[in-house]
Design a protein around this ligand. Structure first.
Ligand SMILES: [Fe+2]
Length: 193
């Protein structure tokens, strides 16, 4: 047997309420609907009717400009609860799911953390993001999210946006991040002399 040892390094996920959601929701949806630089995602079993992932590093998009000032402030607070001083958003995109749309199991690369902001989320539990525990690749977490929440989890964890079997629209804004460490955040006992 070539494996000498296997253990767990636990990593958190966080669901937070985005305080700016009520004031931003309608404007963001309108800007997303007007976005021309978007196209359907159609890879393998995935079908998402409108998505701008190919433009995810474009910081001139109107909805990006609208969202990022308050999102950045919120994330500065949130990352303290993940053990970091702050974060660096590496790219950001939207996905609009209508009936039968799905983004099946996948992971995100070139980042430590990924996030989903539920801009428009009907009440049906079947529309919630599902994440698989990386340690055993079996246990599934149905994330207890609501509209206006932001879910953050390690980007190597398999996850999916389940097939939308409803006639309702779901819109998410997803983004990838790296954590930023700050001097003094380490436990006292482990400081280098
Ligand atoms: Fe994803």
């Amino acid at each position: 047997m070539f494996i000498k040892s296997k253990g767990q390094i636990l990593s958190p996920y966080l669901i937070t309420k985005f305080p700016s959601h009520p004031e931003l929701k309608n404007d963001l949806i309108a800007l997303i609907e007007e976005t021309k630089s978007a196209k359907p995602l159609t890879v393998a079993v995935n079908t998402v009717s409108k998505c701008d992932y190919d433009w995810s590093k474009d910081i001139e998009r109107p909805y990006f400009k609208k969202l990022v000032p308050s999102l950045g402030k919120h994330l500065t607070d949130v990352y303290k609860h993940l053990g970091f001083g702050n974060c660096n958003i590496k790219n950001l995109w939207f996905q609009r799911y209508i009936n039968n749309d799905i983004h099946d199991w996948h992971v995100h690369g070139d980042c430590q953390w990924t996030a989903v902001y539920y801009l428009e989320l009907p009440k049906e539990e079947s529309l919630r993001t599902q994440v698989i525990q990386p340690f055993d690749q079996k246990s599934k977490i149905d994330m207890p999210v609501e509209e206006g929440d932001i879910l953050i989890f390690p980007s190597h964890a398999l996850h999916r946006g389940p097939r939308n079997k409803t006639s309702k629209r779901k819109i998410i804004i997803s983004f990838n991040m790296d954590g930023i460490t700050l001097d003094g955040q380490y436990p006292e006992d482990y400081k280098t002399n």
